[in-house]
Ligand binder design. Structure first.
Ligand code: UDX
Ligand code: ADP
Length: 463
């Protein structure tokens, strides 16, 4: 089957970059990304590609190259579904905030809406690809909706989870460790799998394209994220022990990382992991395990989240304790709000929770982040519903310049590991602050010795 038209429903952090790279690498395929959110589509179509709604290094250039040639962004969802041979579903699957599975299970309402829309519109056979992270056996639910409400056409459902990490999305997409495609083991299923394999084979070596059954593919995505998050919670657990014993977590991480069985990656102690995937996927895994009565399995994975919440709270407590047990009316400056560097995404960022704790203690928070807007920060806080929107506005001031943000503050807290923070004139910052001037480095990126020699009281994680 020769694929010439692809549609992707959902122009978010996954759909946007993934489709841009497919379009760049497959000029013979027309790729249309659709979204219900008109503003988002308008932003993707902004004549200046520096204004596209998602910031990822290298992405603007790829969009500039492919957009209008074979990459299109549109709100005409039905037209795009009708024309495409392959439809990627890349909509959001947040944790449920209501009903059964509240706070744990993935909310599949957007997925179901997509499936119903595809069923309604499709007049020819289609391959439907789950790209969003989904609970195991979602493909079965999608298939059931498609087969029971469709116009009698054939649907093949594939699971093709995305492993890109934000901030490195473009390089991850261009040079993936592997591409995973799960599908039915029937002849029709295999034809569909091959069609998608051939799309990726335009730039990915076939040895790196794994094909499995649908359930293995769905579960592999959850497992990969659970293992990665577990490593961070493990090193963060050790960071607390290091602080008590005089060991240094960076040295411990280096020592264990040189064991080739352990490896050096994902061992950076931090203020806690954030992002749209880790917490959601683990909660989802815990929910699935509980559904099958596997309570020990559920408790085991839940501990990764418990440790992460503890690490965030421990960081805010440490700030309060160090500042003589009161931060009321003190200016505390956050460097960074995004959940990691090189992205404007703030979902589940530790900064939100640390700010919320400190505002409860009546601190005045100032923030500088090179990519996150003031509105985003305020809406992140409002979402927690701890206090009114007006109270959040009064407690949070956002600066476009880091030096202005730090001026007159009692303490600086590094929440995101943006490279630029390491290159600042820290002597100048020190002079503009109240004394003693404290730095709480939630990412262990600053030069502790240098800061201490300037006069700062420096507190890192795990030392
Ligand atoms: C993750 C997975 O890495 C990716 O494969 C999957 O597709 C989506 O979820 P992402 O959330 O974008 O990607 O970023 P990641 O680099 O994994 O970082 C997640 C969080 O962990 C960030 O807050 C990061 O700062 C933190 N982190 C990461 C640490 O605290 N220490 C580390 O050593 C690594
Ligand atoms: P992710 O990180 O998984 O890409 P995002 O929230 O960034 O998640 O993006 C998901 C996108 O999917 C949003 O822009 C949202 O408007 C869009 N979306 C959700 N449901 C539908 C739907 N039924 N049809 C079209 N777009 C949808």
């Amino acid at each position: 089957m020769e694929i010439t038209k692809i549609c992707c429903i959902g122009a978010g952090y996954v759909g946007g970059p993934t489709m841009a790279v497919i379009a760049q690498k497959c000029p013979h395929i027309q790729v249309t990304v659709v979204d219900l959110n008109e503003q988002r589509i308008k932003d993707w179509n902004d004549p200046n590609t520096d204004n596209i709604p998602i910031y990822e290094p290298g992405l603007a250039k790829i969009v500039a190259e492919a957009r209008g040639r074979n990459l299109f962004f549109s709100t005409e969802v039905e037209k795009a579904i009708d024309e495409a041979q392959i439809i990627f579903i890349s909509v959001n699957t947040p944790t449920k905030t209501y009903g059964k599975g509240k706070g744990m299970a993935a909310d599949l309402k957007y997925i179901e809406l997509c499936a119903r829309q595809i069923a309604k519109v499709a007049k020819q056979n289609k391959i439907v690809v789950e790209k969003s992270t989904l609970p195991v056996r979602t493909a079965e639910a999608i298939k059931s909706i498609l087969d029971n409400t469709g116009n009698g056409v054939q649907f093949q459902i594939l699971s093709n989870p995305e492993f890109l990490a934000e901030g490195t999305a473009v390089t991850d997409l261009l040079n993936p460790d592997r591409i995973l495609i799960g599908g039915d083991t029937t002849p029709e299923g295999e034809t569909a799998i091959n069609a998608l394999v051939n799309v990726y084979a335009n730039w990915v070596n076939r040895d790196k394209i794994l094909t499995t059954n649908v359930w293995s593919s769905e579960l592999s995505k959850l497992t990969a994220n659970a293992f990665l998050a577990q490593r961070i919670s493990s090193i963060n657990a050790m960071s607390e022990l290091c602080e008590k014993t005089g060991a240094d977590v960076n040295e411990v991480a280096r020592a264990i990382g040189m064991d080739s069985r352990i490896g050096p990656k994902f061992l950076k102690a931090s203020v806690g992991f954030g992002g749209s995937c880790f917490q959601k996927d683990i909660l989802n895994l815990v929910y699935i395990a509980k559904t099958y009565g596997l309570n020990e399995v559920a408790d085991y994975w839940e501990q990764v989240i418990i440790m992460n919440d503890h690490q965030k709270r421990r960081f805010s407590n440490k700030i309060v304790q160090t500042l003589y047990n009161t931060v009321a009316d003190k200016k505390i400056t956050f460097l960074g709000w995004a959940f990691k560097k090189d992205t404007n995404d703030t979902r589940e960022s530790a900064a939100i929770y640390v700010a919320d704790d400190l505002i409860n203690e009546q601190a005045k928070i100032s923030v500088y982040d090179p990519k996150v807007s003031k509105n985003k920060m305020l809406s992140d806080l409002d979402y927690l519903e701890t206090r009114t929107a007006d109270q959040n506005i009064k407690s949070l001031t956002v600066f476009n310049d880091a030096y202005d943000a730090c001026k007159g503050s009692h303490a600086i807290a590094v929440l995101t590991e943006w490279d630029e923070f390491t290159t600042y004139d820290w002597q100048k910052i020190y002079q503009s602050m109240h004394k003693p001037a404290f730095v709480f480095d939630g990412r262990n990126i600053l030069d502790a010795k240098k800061l201490e020699s300037i006069g700062f009281v420096y507190k890192g994680i795990g030392s």
